[in-house]
Structure formats: C-alpha cells, structure tokens
Ligand binder design. Sequence first.
Ligand SMILES: [Zn+2]
Ligand SMILES: [Zn+2]
Length: 133
Amino acid sequence: MTTTNPDDRLRCPKDASLMSKVSVGNVVVDHCARCGAMWFDPYELEVAVRTKGAAQDIDHGAAKHQYQWNVYRASELLCPRDHSPLVTVPDSRQAHVQIELCRQCGGVLLDAGELRDLSEFTLSERLKAFLKR
Ligand SMILES: [Zn+2]
Ligand SMILES: [Zn+2]
C-alpha cells in the first residue's frame, strides 16, 4: 500500500512537508526545507557520502560526534516510500542525534547536520553490516 505523489516528491516523515529534490553528485536526494531532514535511498547515501563537498552543499546543520551502530530501537516515524516503521539508530554518546533506517527498502533519514558527520566515515560499510543483522 503505497501512496504515490503525482510529482514524485516525498513527504517528510517528521513534519509531512513536501520534500525538495536536491542534486548531490549524480543522484537526487530528498530534502525537507522546513526541518532540514534528508531522505536517501541506499545507493544515494553512498554516492552523497563519497562526493566531495556534497554534504556542505545541502547540509546546513552542525552535528559533531561519531556514530555507533550497535544500538537501535523502533522509531515512531514511517518510511516516506513504503510506510514501514523506521528503525532508530541513536548515537551512543549523544542520544539526541539519531538516524532513522528503513529495513524494508534500506532508505535512511538524516537530520540536519548528520550528513556532514557521516561523510567522514565509510558509512556504506557500516550500514551494510547493520542491515545484515
Ligand atoms: Zn521535515
Ligand atoms: Zn522504506
């Protein structure tokens, strides 16, 4: 059961705003102008993290921390694509920083500031390990 927007834009899982399409390298990600959240399909996040300067272009937040992927719980948010419940991966040292994952389609929701942090890590490797569990 998937709701399809006529213009293919997604609704922000946090505030239901229509998200804008933003080019990052050669992919297009969904960006919420209201809260700064970004939605990535799995391959999109990988490309965005690898594209030099991409994070600074679209991510205007400022989160400073490292991610730990060993703790997660069910989120109250729903995947904008398939409406599956997202899984929250909180940072172990800064509990207010969280990444929402969809285990159905592998999409990832980032808050403002999180992409810039993730760019400094080999995120795709960590993500693959996490999703295999
Ligand atoms: Zn939003
Ligand atoms: Zn999904």
